[in-house]
Design a protein around this ligand. Structure first.
Ligand SMILES: [Mg+2]
Length: 308
């Protein structure tokens, strides 16, 4: 059992609550065009779900978190089993790639093999489905960076084997872990790229993001667009609330980009910097069909258990 400093505990809790809140904030804006700069949405709104409700991004992250609580090192068969249980409980939303793989895994195929096989037939498939759920790895391994890198990559390969997906998860979690450790944002980003050995494609997107304007961010479901938007939000604002507002108003895949931005900004500024009125609205059923609804306290406890 590690004794965590209050600052580190606050940042770990901030990453977990921040990810779920980013998802909920982006939910009503998903698939819409970018909001005009003068008409940014600045508060939680209802959409297909009530205001404050998280989506598949957070549901899959919770499956990964529970797998990490049950097994360390991460057991890909256990993780697949939890993803399949979620898939079979009829989630409200699911990515195309994730759905294809989990359908085959539910019939007994090995998800890691199916993902590798699919990459051969569709070598450009590099969606953001593994990046959106990867933050629990940082909570488990924020002070063990070699293990963090390996586990971030493995959790991606279960559904998203493309190297850009794998590298995006590794870099995002490294940035998050270095922020938890207390690094300033620019230092965390440059050190993360260094530790990941400057992965192709990802490095260019991450290094270029702080200089982009919002009009230059497509924010599609492509993993590099999501990572770029999240890094942009983190580096062009100076507090949690603005990071989320800016990223969620980019249009298109808003919930996923805001989830990643929320995990990063939550790690940078800590739970104590997250607006309490947003925290009060956070909600979502987990596991699906259980009639158990998670609120901010559930994510705080989860962060403590994963880090403990
Ligand atoms: Mg979603």
């Amino acid at each position: 059992m590690i004794e965590l400093s209050p600052q580190i505990q606050d940042r770990l809790r901030g990453a977990a609550v921040g990810a779920a809140l980013g998802d909920a904030f982006g939910m009503p804006l998903e698939f819409l065009p970018p909001r005009p700069l003068r008409e940014l949405v600045v508060e939680m709104q209802h959409g297909r779900l009530p205001a404050g409700h998280f989506t598949d991004d957070t549901e899959m992250a919770l499956a990964l978190a529970e797998s990490l609580l049950a097994h360390r090192p991460l057991n890909p068969a256990d993780l697949t089993g939890r993803f399949v249980s979620w898939y079979e409980s009829n989630p409200d939303d699911i990515g195309i790639q994730t759905s294809t793989i989990l359908r085959r895994a539910s019939r007994g195929e090995d998800a890691l093999k199916v993902a590798t096989e699919l990459l051969k037939t569709n070598p450009d498939a590099a969606g953001n489905g593994s990046l959106m759920r990867c933050w629990p790895v940082t909570l488990a391994y924020w002070n063990d960076l070699p293990q963090l890198m390996e586990t971030s990559a493995l959790q991606s390969r279960v559904t998203h084997a493309h190297e850009d997906c794998v590298n995006a998860c590794v870099v995002a979690n490294l940035v998050m872990a270095l922020l938890v450790q207390g690094d300033e944002i620019p230092a965390a980003i440059s050190q993360a790229l260094e530790l990941a050995e400057h992965p192709l494609n990802v490095t260019e997107r991450v290094e270029g993001a702080p200089r982009k304007t919002r009009n230059e961010l497509p924010n599609s479901g492509w993993v590099l667009h999501t990572l770029e938007s999240a890094i942009w939000g983190l580096t062009t604002t100076d507090n949690f609330k603005d990071a989320i507002i800016q990223v969620a108003n980019l249009g298109h895949d808003t919930d996923t980009a805001a989830t990643v931005a929320g995990a990063l900004a939550g790690a940078a500024y800590g739970l104590s910097a997250i607006p309490i009125e947003w925290r009060k609205l956070l909600s979502g059923e987990w596991p699906l069909g259980s009639r158990t609804f998670w609120q901010d306290v559930g994510f705080i406890n989860l962060a403590d258990r994963l880090a403990g």
